[in-house]
Design a protein around this ligand. Structure first.
Ligand code: SF4
Ligand code: SF4
Length: 100
């Protein structure tokens, strides 16, 4: 009963999902870094293998072989830890009402 009331109370709060843009131009080898993925408290990011070859290990240093995807951006709490941790300025986060 208490749990139901807690969930009901929070489901009433409107919460916008931020727009998270990752730049491959600025981050061509995300598998070699992964700082954003490791620091995010909400596990928003997922590394995707773009270049798949049968029986061949994908080179972590090959530009464009991997991509960082903000798959669970609906879980983002807007702490901006990923933006601060990124050495390349490759992550841009915008919240509702901010200019696109
Ligand atoms: S702002 Fe915070 S919660 Fe959102 S993706 Fe970045 S590190 Fe994760
Ligand atoms: S922290 Fe920046 S440079 Fe490192 S993987 Fe994430 S987006 Fe790429």
């Amino acid at each position: 009963m208490v749990r139901m009331m807690w969930e009901d109370a929070f489901s009433e709060i409107p919460r916008s999902i931020p727009r998270i843009v990752w730049s491959m131009d600025r981050c061509p080898t995300p598998m070699a870094c992964k700082k954003c993925l490791e620091i995010c408290p909400q596990a928003v990011f997922m590394l995707i293998t773009v270049k798949n070859q049968k029986f061949v290990e994908t080179d972590v240093n090959e530009p464009g072989a991997y991509a960082m995807h903000p798959l669970f951006r609906d879980k983002c709490v807007g702490c901006l830890d990923c933006v601060r941790a990124c050495p390349a300025g490759a992550i841009n986060i915008a919240f509702e009402g901010e200019g696109d």
